[in-house]
Design a protein. Structure first.
Length: 41
């Protein structure tokens, strides 16, 4: 990502967002939550 011109702060923000969504998915999987909307094929 450094080749794209991102500094350490920007990379840290990306890691934080990915971690947030991964954690949300883990919680949803643990509670066996069914999605309200599913993508069209």
């Amino acid at each position: 990502m450094k080749r794209l011109g991102l500094d350490n702060e920007a990379i840290g923000e990306i890691v934080a967002v990915v971690d947030l969504f991964a954690g949300t998915n883990c919680i949803a999987n643990a509670y066996q939550v069914e999605p309200d909307v599913s993508p069209e094929p």
